[in-house]
Design a protein around this ligand. Structure first.
Ligand code: ADP
Ligand code: MG
Length: 283
């Protein structure tokens, strides 16, 4: 059975890096793995120095594959799958009116993306050869819109293939034997606040228990005696950072949340960064 791992969190906290490290880890374990980024622009193209990252998966130097899935492409693929003809597709979709309609239909691109991501376990649409799909998903707010799209559509159109597909996608994203959710955060006030809010929303709306990843944990060589006696700007910075981390852990612990921690990696190439983070991940 294909496994799907969603990675989300506030913008800039390290979602993409952590998602890539997870893909690396699964790949090292011998799983055929696809790392998927969502949206219109590829981060991994530059990060991994690849000629291109497209809708169709391509290989990275690290063995796993990478793809970029946008709402419009996912929608097109799905429509073509239903209509079975490029000419009919163009007739219906490639005109001003339907383009405008697709843009205003709430959640339609999001629904198509989730449909694409979950098509393997649902045995619907083109089959995928991957054992694990790691999704470098949208940041917090847009991520919830993605999650809510199937429910919204199932309520708006409860009949026919659209209603049926929406319900099947909804069931799959809520199935803990298929999907995992990782919320990446930094040990800072706002990301922690957003993380707890997102955790609660996933729990109450979908009964999903997400894992929390505390990223960029400071590893200091300084002994506690040096920290206590030292008084320069650097020592002050280290002390403040450690205090902030402790505070973040306490706030999560108050909610019975026990984060996995990922160290801050200094001065490394993209591939070394991913490899070092992957080495610390326990699956
Ligand atoms: N554990 C880490 N150690 C060092 N640098 C990191 C770590 N995690 C993320 N970064 C850096 O932080 C920046 C933001 O990470 P990124 O994964 O692009 O965030 P997001 O996808 O959440 O916007 C990048 O420059 C990345 O290289
Ligand atoms: Mg990113």
């Amino acid at each position: 059975m294909q496994k799907i791992v969603f990675v989300t969190g506030k913008g800039g906290v390290g979602k993409s890096i952590y998602a890539a490290a997870l893909a690396q880890k699964y790949s090292l374990k011998g799983k055929r793995t696809l790392l998927v980024e969502l949206g219109d622009e590829s981060f991994f193209k530059t990060f991994f120095g690849l000629p291109q990252v497209q809708y169709t998966p391509s290989k990275t130097l690290n063995d796993f594959e990478v793809a970029l899935w946008s709402g419009s492409e996912a929608l097109k693929e799905y429509a073509l799958h239903l209509l079975k003809s490029e000419a009919v597709y163009r007739l219906f979709f490639e005109n001003k009116v339907s383009r405008a309609l697709i843009q205003i239909a709430p959640g339609l691109p999001e629904l198509a993306i989730l449909g694409k991501i979950t098509s393997g376990p649902r045995h619907h649409g083109p089959s995928s050869p991957h054992e694990v799909i790691v999704v470098d998903a949208f940041a917090t707010g847009h991520f919830m819109a993605l999650m809510r799209a199937p429910k919204g559509m199932a309520q708006a159109i409860s009949f026919g293939p659209m209603g049926e597909q929406s319900r099947s996608i909804m069931k799959t994203v809520e199935d803990a034997t298929v999907c995992e959710y990782h919320i990446v955060t930094l040990a800072e006030e706002l990301p922690i606040k957003e993380t707890i809010e997102l955790y609660d929303q996933l729990k109450t709306e979908f009964n999903i228990s997400a894992d929390i990843i505390l990223n960029k944990k400071l590893n200091t060589q300084l002994q506690s005696s040096e920290l206590n006696s030292g008084n320069n700007e650097f020592v002050k910075y280290v002390k403040e950072t450690l205090a902030r981390e402790e505070d973040a852990r306490t706030r999560l612990k108050e909610r019975n949340l026990n984060p996995s921690e990922v160290p801050f990696i200094y001065d490394k190439t993209s591939y070394e960064l991913i490899e070092q983070i992957a080495a610390g991940i326990k699956l």
